[in-house]
Write a new protein. Structure first.
Length: 288
């Protein structure tokens, strides 16, 4: 009876310890917004930045009249800077958002670095630039992203960027553009870079010699797990986009991605519990 109580206690302790580690990785890597962009936008949480073109000025900066007709907005782009090694090995993802009273949380997913999958293209494309570690995330649709009523005094309209990659060293947001139907620029701020081409695969993979770097006699479980992680992140972002609620500007995509991280943490907790139980069994057998 005493032994069973000891085992149960050790199992519970292991699970609690693992659960305590989950919140540390729940949010996406912080978006470091340049000073010029910070003056015209809002960052209500670390992994979400938005520029408002209509709304309540008492809640923060609003760039009223910066765009004469919100119904002419078809897309936007953000210029970002990242650690290129992280980008190509860890990867990143998130969404460009067009948030309004009429459209709620209108998120267009993006993926970069090792998260790019040719067989699962995103609405938002990741372009390379001439500067290493600098990329342009761009969405350009075939229909307006805001209703004309979003320009009314009682409504709001915001263009933002969201990130849910938790393991990157950081993402610097340095420039943004709001685009019209033909890709023409309706509004521009910050330090934007000229885009070159759509990033199809990690730069490190493109520049490799083609030699197989997998040691002889080993399998590619690490690569498979990375692929599974990307698929899970894509699935959670889709679920987050479909679960819009009200008119809040909270990044639901980021929260959904953190569920995936939490699930991984819970699995690790169970594994720790198993190790603890095995250790206890060894001690008991020695005492016999």
């Amino acid at each position: 009876m005493k032994i069973s109580k000891i085992l149960a206690g050790m199992s519970a302790a292991a699970i609690v310890a693992s659960m305590a580690m989950i919140p540390a990785s729940a949010a996406g890597t912080k978006l470091n917004v340049s000073d010029d962009l910070a003056k015209i936008g809002r960052q209500t949480q670390d992994d979400l930045f938005a520029v408002f073109f209509n709304g309540d000025e008492s809640e923060g900066a609003v760039n009223k009249d910066a765009i004469s007709d919100l119904g002419a907005v078809y897309g936007a782009s953000f210029t970002i800077k990242v650690d290129n090694n992280d980008w190509n090995t860890i990867g990143g993802g998130g969404s460009i958002n067009f948030n309004s009273k009429s459209g709620d949380w209108n998120a267009k997913d993006w993926a970069g670095g090792s998260w790019v999958e040719d067989d699962k293209p995103k609405d938002t494309l990741c372009y390379t630039t001439e500067e290493e570690g600098t990329y342009v995330l761009e969405y350009l649709g075939d229909a307006p992203v805001f209703a004309t009523t979003d320009g009314d005094a009682d409504n709001y309209a915001a263009v933002g960027i969201n990130n849910w990659a938790a393991d990157l060293k950081g993402i610097d947001v340095v420039g943004m553009k709001v685009l019209g139907a033909d890709g023409n620029v309706l509004f521009e701020a910050g330090s934007n870079k000229d885009k070159k081409e759509v990033q199809k695969k990690p730069v490190a993979e493109e520049s490799s010699s083609g030699a197989d770097s997998t040691p002889s006699g080993t399998d590619s479980k690490k690569d498979d797990s990375k692929k599974d992680d990307k698929s899970s992140a894509a699935a959670t972002s889709t679920a987050a986009t479909s679960s819009k609620s009200g008119t809040t500007t909270t990044a639901t995509s980021s929260a959904a991605a953190s569920d995936n991280v939490a699930a991984t943490g819970a699995t690790a907790g169970l594994a720790l519990a198993g190790v603890a139980l095995a250790g206890a069994a060894i001690v008991i057998s020695k005492r016999k």
